[in-house]
Design a protein around this ligand. Structure first.
Ligand code: QV4
Ligand code: CA
Length: 379
């Protein structure tokens, strides 16, 4: 009996590892900060004819709007509510895009920011993408609504209220990531709001989620949330299809939290992949391409069926997040094409290509002063 339950649970988890790409397509592309209207056209004009399986979109929900720096790309990682108007467009434009992409067989995966709301220093007012009023200081977000009762502050034991030590799993989960107000996902009420938000998107036709900042959420809380998600919309997907889940956990080793803790819940981003592939293509440490004969698990990466892989992502392309100097990006365009081609040809993990925008790099003492720059659109 115990064995049977284990198999049943495992099977349920595995369902969320399937990207449900159609027509034998395998890869997805991150259209970072693209507008919904542009993505719809891109699906019809380029992605479907060229065999792309799906698109990871930027967070579609209401976010803070910042002036200093001016409209940074990262304002989209500071939610104000789950209303669906963002820098990429309105709810109607989002719905139209999801429909048109699905109609040409290209799936949509939503970047879901559910660990936190905006930064503690985010101020008070209506500087938000749908114009909803909020107060970061009072932890009041009436258009969800969330109040001060819905945040983790009592659980966090650090002096600053922020994560101070990644060696302590409790603070990584219960304290604030760079001052972002940390949601109490153990509360039934908070889970319900997050589940409603995700289910609304599933019903609109999305095929799954890139879940942001999973290292900062307890696997048990995520399991409770994922378990209440609807099956995919049968207008485009076969009955009983579970949403595809891929979780952002940066695990390069050396921390108490490992990606393994999240394997049963969905796929996990394999950050070792881009870091290692970069050293190989740059020929650092005497790496040679023929050493990659055993590429994949043989290089200490996670099991094939758990991995979501990429050469670079929106963070490490601009010096945020992890991976370090070896990461190959569009700034090294020849190497980048070679590395992406290698990844797409190699049968390991679900592969994701990066497509964003260029900005004016201005490096002072090794740090790009312009790493905040937003997209070249008018909002
Ligand atoms: C700053 C200080 C804080 C201070 C605070 C005071 O750093 O110490 O307490 O001011 O107000 C922005 C700023 C950051 C600022 C913060 C809050 O860059 O300096 O804090 O806002 O105001 C993106 C960006 C972050 C950005 C964040 C929110 O990368 O720079 O922070 O959006 O706008 C870890 C995590 C991993 C994470 C990675 C970047 O384990 O989960 O760091 N990756 C994901 C996303 C990433 C996003 C977030 C998580 C947060 O891929 O794009 O961060 O949603 O490795
Ligand atoms: Ca948290």
């Amino acid at each position: 009996m115990k064995w049977f339950i284990l198999v049943a649970l495992f099977g349920l988890g595995l369902a969320q590892h399937n990207p449900h790409t159609r027509h034998g397509r395998t890869s997805i592309v991150h259209l970072f900060e693209w507008r919904w209207a542009d993505i719809a056209a891109e699906c019809e004009r380029f992605l479907a004819p060229n065999g792309f399986g799906g698109v990871q979109i930027s967070p579609p929900n209401e976010h803070i709007v910042l002036n200093n720096p001016w409209r940074p790309w990262w304002q989209r990682y500071q939610p104000i509510s789950y209303n669906l108007c963002s820098r990429s467009g309105s709810e109607d434009e989002l719905r139209d895009m999801i429909t048109r992409c699905n109609n040409v067989g290209v799936n949509i995966y939503v970047d879901a920011v559910i660990n936190h709301m905006c930064g503690a220093g985010g101020g008070e007012g209506t500087h938000s993408s749908c114009g909803s009023w909020f107060s970061a200081g009072r932890k009041d977000f009436p258009s969800v609504p969330y109040s001060h009762l819905d945040f983790n502050d009592n659980k966090c034991k650090t002096g600053s209220g922020n994560i101070e030590n990644y060696g302590d799993a409790n603070q990584v989960r219960d304290c604030r990531l760079v001052s972002l107000l940390d949601l109490a996902l153990e509360k039934e009420y908070v889970r319900g709001k997050v589940v409603d938000f995700m289910n609304k998107l599933i019903d609109m036709g999305v095929a799954g989620f890139r879940v942001d900042a999973c290292k900062h959420m307890w696997p048990g809380d995520l399991s409770a949330v994922y378990g209440r998600l609807h099956n995919l919309n049968t207008k485009w997907f076969s009955g009983g299809s579970r949403p595809f889940i891929f979780q952002e956990v940066i695990d390069l080793g050396g921390e108490p939290i490992s990606s393994r803790e999240y394997f049963h819940l969905g796929r996990v981003t394999e950050f070792k992949y881009g870091a290692k592939l970069g050293t190989v293509f740059r020929k650092w440490n005497n790496e040679k391409l023929h050493y990659t004969k055993s590429w994949g698990e043989g290089w200490g990466f996670m099991p094939n069926g758990n991995a979501l892989v990429f050469v670079d992502n929106h963070d490490n392309q601009r010096g945020h997040g992890a991976g370090g100097a070896s990461i190959v990006t569009f700034w090294d365009s020849r190497l980048h094409k070679m590395a992406v081609a290698y990844m797409l040809a190699h049968p390991y993990g679900v592969t994701r290509v990066m497509s964003s925008f260029r900005w004016n790099r201005h490096i002072v003492n090794g740090k790009d002063q312009n790493d905040w720059m937003g997209p070249p659109s008018q909002r």
